[in-house]
Every structure is written in C-alpha cells, then in structure tokens.
Design a protein around this ligand. Structure first.
Ligand code: PMP
Length: 438
C-alpha cells in the first residue's frame, strides 16, 4: 500500500541524494520508506500519513526531556523574536558555557574551564583534533574501530553509525595521506593501545574515544579502559579527547565521564566534546577542557576555528532551557524507563527463542543478535543482523519507531511514561516472533 511517506520518498529521491539529508535516516538496512515527520510531541512523532508513533529515536539523542517541551519552545520563540543570528557575542553564550563547565564536575574535580560553542558534533570533534594537534605539535590520531565521531576526513576510518550500517570500509573522498594520520585500533584492547604508543608514541597527538561506544550498537568500555587510555596518552605527552556528543548530559548530569567518576573510575580527559542534548534539538555542540589547552584556540592561540552560526541565539536558548530542565528526576525517569524496556526486550526475545543480547551503558541500551554482549567492532558485526528488519517493521506496524539499524542505540526521553512504555512492551512479543522467523 502506498501512502504519503512513499510518495514523498519518491519525490525526495529526485532532488536529494537517497532522499535523505543524513544517511542514517534512510531505511537502507531495513527496507521501505522512511517516515516523513510532520511533528513531534513528548514521546511521539507524527508522520506525513497522519500516523503517530512512539519514538525511540529521539532525534538520535537530543530529545532527553521529550519533544517540543513547552518551556523550550517558548524560549526559542522569544529568542527568534529578538533576532535569528547576530554574528556577535551574547550573554546567553556565557550562561551556556558556564552551565556546561559547571555540570562536568565530580567533587573537587573540574576538568572543564573553557567551552567553545559550535553547531554540530562533527565540528566539535574536528576542532578537538585540530586543537590537540596544534597544542602537541604532533600529527597522529588514535581512534577505535566502530566508533563514530562525525564525518570529518580523518575520523571516517572504520567508523560506526551509518558507515557501519552501510558496511562501508571508510569513505570515498578522503585522501590517503589524511587517512594515514589515523591509527585505528580495536576497542577495549589496551594491549593494542600500548603497542601503538610503543611504536608511534612521540608522534601521537591524541586518542579520541566515544565515552561509551554507541554507534556500533552499544558497546560499553570495559572497567578501567577509559582511565587507562588517559594514563597511556598522558605518559606519552598525548591528549585524551572524550567524545560525549551522544552520551553527554544523557546518561548522567555530568555525562558518561560523570557516571564513571561516580562509580570510582577517576581520570581526566583533556578535551570533551558535547552535542545532541546540549542543544536541546537545535544545531549546537561544544568542546571544552582546561584553560591551557582550550586557549590554544583562536583568537587567543594559533589553532583556528570559527563559525558564522556558532553560538546561535536560538540554539543557545534551547540548550540553556534543556540543561536547566534536565534535573535529577529526569535522569531517574530515563534510567528507570531504560531498565524496564531493556528487561522486556530481553524477555520477549528469550520467549521467542531468538539468540540475542541487550547491551547497556548507563541508560543507553540496544539489541544484538548474538549470544553475548560485544566488546569490540568485530564482535558487534558478528551477529544475525538480518533479524533486525522484520523486528523493526513489526514494531513500526505496531506504532513504535525504532532506529532503522541494529547498529544504533534506542533513545528514551523523560516523556516515556509508564503508559507509553506499556505500549512498547505490548508490541515486543510479535516483533520478537518476526525476528525468530526471519
Ligand atoms: N560523536 C558521536 C559520539 C556521535 O554519536 C555523533 C553523531 N551521532 C557525532 C560525534 C557527530 O555529531 P553530528 O551528527 O552532530 O555531527
């Protein structure tokens, strides 16, 4: 049956490559037409055919407090009435930078003195790497296979997210000499890190790592891994860039780093990157770190970075309102909802006899069609991923919109109340049976 989504997708493909402005939105690995969204409210999205779904994508993370929260919408409308963009500093930027720096704390430990606001997570990580290179005077970068840090040249090697979903080795269009500056190591493998530093230690500017991997499905860092990365990098005069674009302000008020500090794993990243929740659904991201490193950025230091729309007043207004609304109760709600749903997912697949695991990292969780939780990209890819398409479509038919790839996290919001969760849970057994029959 053809509906308005199919018609729009046909039209979109005539004028937009693949019909989408970000590859992860295409139903590439699950088939069918993506839902063209007309509005979103709380825990739901409504598509062009007028159907409303429970949303477990949450704009890929930003919507922590639910879509179109009235207080966020109000401050954005107020900001819009005062002008859309000035290309000049605003008081709001100072307030948001202070809010971010003030959240990334653990007792006396305050690793963020300065914050630079940018517009996307890609810009944040790209800038963080340039900053690390400029600060250390070195070129090489260490990243981990299956980790996604945005689409800048040097970071697409063995990347997660859409690169994983489309099974691409990297990306066309990245010059070989640039790709050669990135050493790609297996995740959670400290021997590989030690070895890379033993060979190239004096040429490595930084290690970049997702605070917890969440773009090859959820693959949590093994206990002590992130702290050991900081130790090894620092012992060789390199920096640790902790990418919290996805995890930051979602899994804990102080990000995944904060969650780890609370659990007793203490370490100090040199640069943090944030995105998604920090902009409350508007284009905004950030990098932050100690003054000595951050002040290598222009106009103080020699590392150049700029943006016409950086610190956009509407985005800043949304970010401030969202962080202020992201109270301990919000995290408690999302944590609880995530536990309930992860458990129900596990049970439904168990009952249907499907080989699976439900990997978790804080309140993030996902699904893998293999018997145990993966620890690296090779294991994450070694699963019966063909089972996801029938599972996904059974959920969609039942009114639940999941990420259209098994390599993505499921995102909850504080608006996913018990009634909403109940509807998701009711849909799981049939979807699990569809996965079993695949
Ligand atoms: N880093 C991580 C860990 C991410 O998950 C993402 C996006 N999913 C990015 C960076 C890039 O952010 P953006 O899509 O805003 O460029």
């Amino acid at each position: 049956m053809t509906d308005r989504n199919d018609t729009l997708f046909d039209k979109a493909r005539q004028v937009i490559p693949g019909g989408v402005n970000s590859p992860v939105r295409a139903f590439g690995s699950v088939g069918g037409s993506p839902r063209f969204v007309t509005s979103a409210q709380g825990a739901t999205i409504t598509d062009a055919a007028g159907r409303t779904y429970i949303d477990l994508v949450a704009s890929w993370g930003p919507a922590l407090i639910g879509h179109a929260h009235p207080q966020v919408v109000e401050v954005v409308q107020d900001a819009a009435a005062r002008g859309l963009s000035f290309g000049a500093p605003t008081e709001g930027e100072v307030e948001l930078a202070e809010l971010i720096a003030g959240r990334v704390v653990s007792g006396e430990h305050r690793p963020v003195d300065r914050v630079r606001l940018v517009s996307t997570g890609t810009e944040a990580t790209m800038t963080a790497i340039r900053l690390a290179r400029g600060y250390t005077g070195r070129d090489l970068l260490v990243k981990f296979a299956g980790h996604y840090h945005g689409h800048s040249d040097g970071l697409l090697a063995a990347a997660g997210s859409g690169v994983a979903t489309l099974a691409l080795p990297g990306s066309a269009g990245v010059p070989a000499p640039i790709a050669a500056q990135t050493l790609v190591l297996p995740y959670n493998d400290l021997d590989a890190v030690q070895e890379a530093f033993a060979v190239h230690g004096d040429r490595i500017a930084a290690v970049i790592v997702e605070a917890s991997a969440a773009n090859m499905g959820i693959v949590a860092p093994l206990p002590g891994f992130n702290a050991a990365l900081a130790d090894i990098a620092h012992a060789h005069g390199a920096l640790l860039i902790l990418d919290e674009v996805l995890t930051g302000f979602r899994v804990h008020p102080a990000g995944f780093w904060g969650l780890q500090q609370a659990a007793g794993e203490t370490y100090t990243p040199d640069i943090f990157t944030f995105g998604k929740v920090v902009g409350g659904g508007m284009p905004l991201a950030a990098l932050g770190g100690r003054a000595e490193v951050m002040d290598a950025l222009a106009p103080v230091g020699p590392v150049y970075q700029a943006g016409t729309l950086s610190g956009n007043p509407l985005s800043v207004a949304a970010g401030i309102a969202t962080l202020n609304l992201a109270t301990p109760e919000v995290y408690a709600r999302v944590d609880a909802a995530s536990s309930v749903l992860a458990h129900a997912l596990d049970e439904a697949l168990e009952d249907a006899g499907v080989v699976h695991a439900v990997p978790r990292a804080g309140n993030l969780f996902g699904l893998v069609f293999r018997a145990d939780v993966p620890v690296d990209y090779a294991q994450a890819q070694d699963q019966e991923s063909f089972r996801y398409a029938p599972f996904f479509h059974a959920m969609l038919d039942a009114g639940v919109s999941l990420p259209p790839s098994v390599f993505e996290a499921w995102f909850l919001t504080a608006a996913h109340d018990d009634e909403v969760l109940g509807r998701v849970i009711d849909a799981l057994p049939a979807a699990a049976r569809a996965a079993a029959g695949a």
